[in-house]
Write a protein that binds this ligand. Sequence first.
Ligand code: ADP
Ligand code: GLC
Length: 471
Amino acid sequence: MEILHISAECYPVAKVGGLGDVVGALPKYQQELGNFAKVIIPAYRTRYYETHEFDVVHQGGMWMGHSWYHFNVMKERSNELGFDLYLVDIPGLLDTPGVYGYSNDTERFLGFQIAVLDWINEWNHLPEVIHCHDHHTGLIPFLLNYGYKYDRLKEIPSVLTIHNAQYQGQFGWDKLYLLPGFDLWKSGLLDWGGAINPLASAIKCAWRVTTVSPGYLEELYENANGLEGLIRHEQAKMVGILNGIDSLVWNPASDNMITNDYNQDTMQPGKQANKQALCERFGLDSSLPLVSFIGRLVGDKGADLLPEIIGKSIHELPGEVNFLVLGSGDPHIEWSLQQLRNSVSHGFNLHIGYDESLSHQIYAGSDFLLMPSRVEPCGLNQMYALRYGTIPIVRSTGGLKDTVIDFGDPGGVGIRFVQAAGWDACNAVRRAVELYSNKEHFNTIRLRGMNENHAWGTSAQSYLDMYSKLK
Ligand code: ADP
Ligand code: GLC
């Protein structure tokens, strides 16, 4: 089967969060299962782009309103990723150092989608499935069906995966003129709440819609940032498929981003050595339990609760616990965390920024990984933590609920709490500190987590099974 994944991110080419990890891994595993998977993303000016060679495979141009853009589709030459990687270069739109956050993101991702469709239109053998990820690619299912230029592509089944329904990419109808010509009678399929809503449009027009965990799908029926009614209406074509992790990239036994490799047999000394290195770097006491947070510093991740959770825990458990935070995002949360670090003499440090190798070292060197998320469609951090023998402390929501059983229950591997509130997270931290003091129990739980299998195999197969039923 030939599958084309269209996305805004793909690790290691361009990654902001879990979307990048998933699109960098799923195609590789689909390929291993005997399929032909391709990935196309924008040609941002990332390190990967600057250090690899590409061949131009398609050239085109487009009017977006009154502006003319030239574009190239380029294929990465070495095929080192385990699938074919294509990048869309649009000078003036996509040649940015970053992925998101520009004032013209609407035009950038619209241009990307138009260029991708123009390229597919030239293929001799069309793909069997077009798999779109999140709202940045959400207009594709609609345009495949109703765009005048893409008549040839009408029969290709399209799939949308919702990685996060909080972000929908809406823009006003005043920008309709940016879209390529389509059957105006179908305009309603673009609309949600009086705006053009790419995520809503894809939910309406894709042949199948998946969410990145079954638990998240259940939640979306009740709470989907305004799309609940639509998701309930389209229930028949929705399915939740849990993400996996790339067990080649995320493997403590062969990870060149950590100071000491280890496996189940060498877990205790291995993790201790990594913890030592981490604590030395951040001025923390390696004899105390280390609770870390890695992620975007935004309300959805519960990052605004961190100052309270950390401040209160250090106050109530003086000299008994350490915290480390890696992340960036909301300037106010960054500021609050910096203030907290300046006000406590020990027990807490942070690194504001994005640092892939430091994240690996933190998964390896921490005892616990805290995820107080308000919304977590799947969450990959908790699965990376488990693989590295680090016990996840999670709020019971979405994919976290699907992947982390509390250690108080049979087969448990983590610590769960229910309320997105500082006090409940603090209770969970207290349980973590108690668990840490019982070394035998602590090691049993860590090992149990390491022995779990969250690799892509089963989920990659679930996607293939779903594709095979599309026609
Ligand atoms: P989301 O995609 O919502 O941010 P996920 O849990 O799915 O959440 O994935 C987050 C990914 O981004 C993980 O690979 C995590 O390690 C990584 N990550 C998040 N913030 C940082 C950071 N500041 N530095 C390095 N890696 C980070
Ligand atoms: C989104 C979600 C996250 C999920 C990731 C990969 O960014 O916020 O929970 O793990 O996509 O699917």
